[in-house]
Design a protein around this ligand. Structure first.
Ligand code: FES
Ligand SMILES: [Fe+2]
Length: 457
């Protein structure tokens, strides 16, 4: 087995023979040197303003899921920093989705207040100005009382760019931005096999965290903290043989091997409870298991193919590694995808409307439909027992207070650190981040952020 050798080997290669450019290929290491990273990015209002002006208003961000607005007139609200948007289906074609600033042209009231809804038109609750789903003006109450010039332009709703990637709706406030798929780049090809557009939402929650949005996000593009914060996972996660890849536009990923014991644990002889549990999910009992505990990953891969074939699920487009591992993507600037053949766990980190010391954490879980009434989603998807998996019921968004249970065991462990880290980075005794190569995604990510904030991108 290859052992990672820091710093000579910058990344483990999951499949050293992978064709360059193919989904499993190791991307060339990008050397950002060894400098430290300033702390003002987490706390300063000046930094937050430049971040908003130079990045957020010019970049594609994930607004939501197309399956959540299947009918003409369905909409959802997407709040980002000080802005709010309405994303709505105005026609029956797959791309007949538009996004508008959620604001009335009369005196600036928000047009929609609910997170999801259905409307024939958008009518302001203050003085009843009204717009069609396609954004054109429908009616101005008592129009004859306005001087002609005031409303001569029949103001349409202010539109933002809106494009789709495999069932996900992204928006961009920059009307001259390049196409979404060019921005996402090679990740589009990497994740083709997952067919996200076929999946549906089974879990949706949001919670405020007492930290800058980047403190939250930083913790999810490295697994260096796993041994300390999530030690339970080490029984079935090899945290030292991780493939890290960086891509254009701040994108990156880590490929995380499940079904192998961490080298940080001493016992590699016993088939531990973590591995037993993973095996049980694909109907392999400890008695049936043959080989050493670290053979579990291979056994899982074979069993998963057989398990899926028995249920008529097509896993033929997935590599063996994709069947067991967590393909964990960072979609710049504020989203991570944990992709598995069974589904996708999305985390989104949104800046607060005015305070750089607060953020909103969003968790969305989508699953691939399985026609089996006894189907249970693997535990790593974080879906509670008893959840309706049929796709017929779209679960309501849960709003969870900071510190309350509800995020799930593992993410609660992460969440509990965030407030302390945010306080710590403000200390006069702290001189800025020192990253290891295990945190190379952080260097890549923060370098990209700085390009925007300095006005170089
Ligand atoms: S603010 Fe919307 S109609 Fe007056
Ligand atoms: Fe974590």
């Amino acid at each position: 087995m290859n052992k990672m050798d820091f710093p000579a080997a910058r990344s483990f290669a999951l499949n050293p023979g992978a064709e360059p450019g193919s989904p499993e290929a190791l991307a060339p290491y990008q050397d950002y040197g060894d400098r430290s990273y300033s702390t003002d990015r987490y706390v300063s209002r000046e930094w937050a303003k430049r971040e908003w002006d130079n990045m957020w208003t010019r970049i594609w961000t994930l607004a939501g899921v197309a399956k959540d607005i299947p009918e003409v007139g369905d909409y959802f609200k997407y709040d980002l920093g000080p802005e709010s948007f309405i994303v709505t289906r105005h026609g029956t074609g797959p791309n007949d989705i538009s996004a508008y600033y959620n604001v009335c042209h009369h005196r600036g009231n928000r047009l929609v207040m609910s997170e999801f809804g259905h409307a024939a038109s958008f009518k302001c609750a203050f003085h009843s100005w009204e717009w069609n789903l396609d954004g054109t003006l429908k009616n101005i109450q008592d129009r004859e009382t306005f001087r002609t010039a005031v409303v001569a332009d029949d103001p349409p709703l202010s539109q933002v760019r809106c494009e789709l990637w495999d069932g996900f709706i992204f928006i961009n406030m920059d009307l001259n931005a390049g196409p979404l798929l060019d921005f996402i780049g090679p990740l589009v090809e990497h994740m083709k096999a997952y067919r996200f557009a076929d999946m549906h939402v089974v879990k949706d929650l949001e919670t405020p965290w007492p930290c800058n949005w980047k403190i939250g996000h930083d913790a999810f593009i490295e697994v260096y903290h796993v041994h300390a914060v999530h030690p339970e996972i080490l029984s079935f996660f090899n945290d030292r043989e991780v493939q890290w890849d960086t891509y254009p536009n701040g994108m990156s990923r880590q490929l995380l091997k499940f079904g192998e014991i961490s080298p940080k644990l001493d016992d590699h002889e016993t088939l531990n409870e973590g591995l037993k549990y993973l095996l049980s999910e694909v109907d392999v009992t400890p008695e049936q298991f043959r080989g050493q505990p670290n053979d579990a990953r291979r056994v899982l891969q074979e069993a998963k193919r057989a398990w899926a074939a028995k249920r008529g699920i097509d896993y033929s487009e997935f590599t063996d590694n994709q069947l067991t591992d967590d393909w964990n993507y960072s979609i710049f600037p504020n989203v991570t995808f944990n992709a598995h053949p069974e589904g996708l766990l999305i985390q989104r980190f949104r800046p607060h409307r005015s305070d750089p010391e607060q953020m909103t954490y969003d968790l969305l879980v989508l699953i691939r439909p399985v026609d089996d009434p006894n189907y249970k989603v693997p535990a790593y998807m974080g879906v509670e027992d008893g959840t309706d998996l049929s796709g017929k019921v779209r679960p309501e968004r849960m709003h969870i207070k900071y510190g309350d249970d509800g995020l799930g065991y593992v993410i609660n462990q992460d969440a509990s650190m965030m407030g302390y880290v945010h306080q710590g980075v403000q200390s006069r005794g702290y001189k800025g981040a020192r990253y290891s190569d295990q945190e190379q995604q952080l260097r890549h990510w923060h370098n990209e952020l700085e390009l925007y904030v300095k006005g170089e991108k």
